[in-house]
Design a binder for this molecule. Structure first.
Ligand SMILES: *[C@@H]1O[C@H](CO)[C@@H](O)[C@H](O)[C@H]1NC(C)=O
Ligand SMILES: *[C@@H]1O[C@H](CO)[C@@H](O)[C@H](O)[C@H]1NC(C)=O
Ligand SMILES: *[C@@H]1O[C@H](CO)[C@@H](O)[C@H](O)[C@H]1NC(C)=O
Ligand SMILES: *[C@@H]1O[C@H](CO)[C@@H](O)[C@H](O)[C@H]1NC(C)=O
Ligand SMILES: *[C@@H]1O[C@H](CO)[C@@H](O)[C@H](O)[C@H]1NC(C)=O
Ligand SMILES: *[C@@H]1O[C@H](CO)[C@@H](O)[C@H](O)[C@H]1NC(C)=O
Length: 646
């Protein structure tokens, strides 16, 4: 098969010899060709001879030499250029004084020797080596998708780097963590190959194979392409990648979250961890305190056991097993002790204490814990701490001592770990009315809710002297609240309503007086039997007001009332000071009859008239104090008047 090629080569050589003999260009004894470097796509300028050469260039033949064979591509005759038919027919032109041949749209195929020959004054030729360059595109890198086991015997494919459309073939350098990788027998192997695109450009593909170790799990790999352009050497880098690396676990251990002291009710996570990739199959076991055997706990696939809420039974010895599904090797963690601190239910004895007025009572609190306990006694209603220690004594019991007491058993060393128990101390006694008597502002022919609260032990029952729908509500073991929904009739207005509370120890009553609200713009909150919210306006004052007076806007929020009261008090204080000043100077006589009207100068746009009955506190003071009915003296409940007029 090689014979025809040999023959052909021989003929070709012979042919060349003939041509050289006939004065046609050849190779021997020629100086090195002139080098012309140009980028793909640009224009190459070929000069026939060194600059300022003496040759007569009005008669030149240009050849391209491909595989040693010159082909005439261009002729210059009397300074005029003529393209020869063929691949260069349309890309050649003369430049300058005819000494320069311009080749446009250079492609990689043009990388060859060009030769010019001028005949006169003597046969003379000049050879040009055209070198073509093209920067490759930015290299792309693709890491191994399947991952690399560390114990493989041969280098495994780590990543592939591709650099497209460069010329000539760029050089590839692989880097790991910024350091270039060198070919190493059985450890690092770099396989590069290239394909020639139809454009003549090269696409380079380089495969990095390496034996990796566990420490390479975070290693950054990238490739770099080095290439040359007429301007010099350049390079392009790919992005950095990491590759998944598989390595067997050497160690399995347990972690508990949160760290530190645990208490019942916490959300606790017991986590199995291993230093292998992929992680082994985990299972968590706990020592059974009675059988002393390890029993498997149910954990999720990630080897996490969640105790939510943690309980004292969760305390104990835990272990984790990791089974490598490839090697079927099982690893075991160190056992880990888990302690869930707890406080048991709190018990107070007696559970339902009851006693006579004037006697004493001892309450004992019991609870159990794995830690030292601290006991505290709190008054339920106020949250006030009354005593420390498991035993609490009440002496000389008064009616007011009845009600809720709470024992708190806490572990001081573990914040938030506590349990409590509430007991109700009952003190025998006749009913005690929250209010002795009260006044309610009502409108005729409307339904109004009257309420009545009584305490005592045994718990009183409540009855009303008027017909209506009553409902009872037990406030605590010693008190009851009754609400009566009743229609306001003239008769009811006359008689009022009486609420009677009675128990085995006696009876007591509250009288409720009903008073008509005579104007319509106000909507008194008649469900509040204390009359709060209605007393901001006195009906008497209203009755005497003139018809030209503007109507008082509806009092909508207590906030407004409070602000108004504060303003009033301030104004009062200032006026009081002024009055006192005048009084001292004897310019003003101040009666002690209890009633004063102070009117601001008429120039003021808004005018406040404040009327205070001297023997009573303003109701709103009670509001500001936030007191509820049973904490106030019975005398507090009378009417108080503050009139705000615009
Ligand atoms: C070059 O040769 C041509 C004839 O072939 C002649 O006419 C011309 O004058 C010559 N030019 C130079 C500069 O020698
Ligand atoms: C009791 O525990 C709760 C949370 O469970 C905490 O808010 C409270 O402050 C604790 N009380 C005491 C007295 O430690
Ligand atoms: C009825 O209750 C009032 C408190 O509203 C109290 O002052 C009074 O002593 C009680 N009467 C009897 C007989 O207990
Ligand atoms: C309540 O109504 C009944 C009839 O339903 C009547 O006999 C009784 O007299 C009424 N009592 C009062 C106080 O109105
Ligand atoms: C009386 O109370 C009942 C329920 O307690 C309630 O539905 C009703 O609206 C109240 N009536 C008035 C006039 O406040
Ligand atoms: C209201 O005016 C009448 C006379 O018109 C008077 O008898 C009564 O005492 C006045 N009431 C008040 C609270 O000033």
């Amino acid at each position: 098969m090689e014979l025809p090629w040999l023959l052909c080569a021989f003929l070709l050589a012979a042919c060349c010899c003939c041509r050289r003999a006939a004065g046609v260009p050849g190779e021997a004894e020629q100086p090195a060709p002139e080098l012309v470097e140009v980028e793909v796509g640009s224009t190459a300028l070929l000069q026939c001879g060194p600059p300022r050469s003496q040759g007569n260039l009005s008669h030149v033949d240009w050849f391209s030499v491909h595989k040693e064979k010159p082909t005439l591509i261009f002729r210059v005759r009397q300074g005029q250029g003529h393209s020869e038919p063929g691949e260069y027919q349309h890309r050649l032109s003369l430049q300058g004084r005819g000494a320069t041949l311009a080749l446009t749209q250079v492609t990689p195929h043009d990388e060859r020797i060009f030769l010019c020959q001028s005949k006169r004054p003597r046969s003379q030729e000049h050879r040009i080596q055209l070198r073509v360059y093209k920067a490759p595109e930015e290299p792309t890198i693709q890491g191994s998708v399947s991952g690399i086991p560390v114990n493989s015997e041969e280098p495994e494919e780590v990543a592939t780097c591709v650099g497209r459309n460069g010329y000539p073939i760029p050089q590839v350098i692989w880097y790991k963590n910024g350091r270039p990788l060198k070919e190493e027998k059985n450890r690092v192997h770099i396989q590069s190959s290239q394909i020639v695109e139809s454009s003549g450009l090269y696409t380079l593909q380089s495969v990095l194979k390496a034996q990796l170790v566990k420490e390479d799990k975070d290693a950054q790999f990238y490739c770099e392409l080095n290439y040359r352009l007429p301007s010099g050497n350049h390079m392009k880098e790919s992005r950095e990648i990491t590759v998944p690396i598989f390595y067997p676990a050497e160690k399995v251990w347990l972690e508990v979250e949160p760290v530190g002291m645990l208490k019942e009710g916490d959300r606790v996570e017991i986590r199995c961890l291993a230093d292998g990739n992929p992680p082994p199959h985990f299972s968590i076991t706990k020592k059974n305190p009675s059988t002393r055997e390890m029993e498997e706990e149910i954990s999720n696939d990630d080897g996490i056991l969640v105790l939510d809420p943690a309980q004292k039974e969760h305390s104990g010895l835990y272990e984790c097993q990791g089974l490598d599904l490839d090697t079927l090797l099982s690893l075991q963690s160190e056992p880990q002790e888990l302690l869930v601190n707890y406080v048991s239910d709190v018990q107070v004895s007696p559970a339902a204490p009851e006693s006579q007025e004037g006697s004493s009572l001892t309450l004992t609190c019991e609870a159990e814990s794995n830690q030292a306990l601290k006991f505290q006694w709190l008054r339920e209603k106020t949250g006030q701490v009354l005593g420390n220690g498991p035993v609490f004594q009440l002496h000389n019991l008064k009616r007011e001592a009845g009600g809720g007491y709470r024992c708190v058993a806490s572990v001081p060393s573990i914040p938030g770990l506590n349990r409590t128990q509430l007991v109700n101390v009952a003190i025998f006694g006749p009913p005690w009315m929250a209010l002795k008597e009260r006044k309610v502002w009502v409108k005729e022919n409307t339904l109004v809710n009257l309420s009545c609260e009584a305490s005592g032990y045994p718990r009183p029952t409540i009855s009303w002297n008027v017909n209506g729908t009553a409902s009872e509500q037990d406030q605590d073991p010693q008190s009851v609240l009754s609400t009566l929904s009743v229609l306001v009739t003239p008769e009811l207005l006359k008689t009022g309503a009486e609420c009677k509370a009675s128990n085995s120890r006696g009876k007591n009553t509250t009288t409720i007086f009903l008073e008509l609200v005579s104007f319509t713009t106000l909507t008194p909150d008649s469900s509040k039997t204390t009359g709060l919210g209605t007393s901001t306006v006195s009906p008497h004052a209203r009755a005497n007001s003139t018809s030209t007076e503007k109507k008082l806007p509806e009092v909508e929020s207590k906030g407004v009332v409070i602000v108004a009261v504060i303003v009033c008090i301030l104004v009062l204080a200032v006026l009081g000071a002024v009055l006192y000043f005048f009084y001292k100077k004897g310019k003003l006589r101040c009666g002690r009859s209890g009633k004063q009207e102070i009117t601001l100068p008429p120039s003021r746009k808004s005018e406040f008239v404040v009327e205070v009955k001297s023997d009573k506190l303003p109701e709103e003071m009670g509001l500001l104090q936030g007191g509820n009915g049973d904490k106030r003296a019975p005398g507090d409940q009378g009417e108080k008047y503050i009139d705000l007029r615009h």
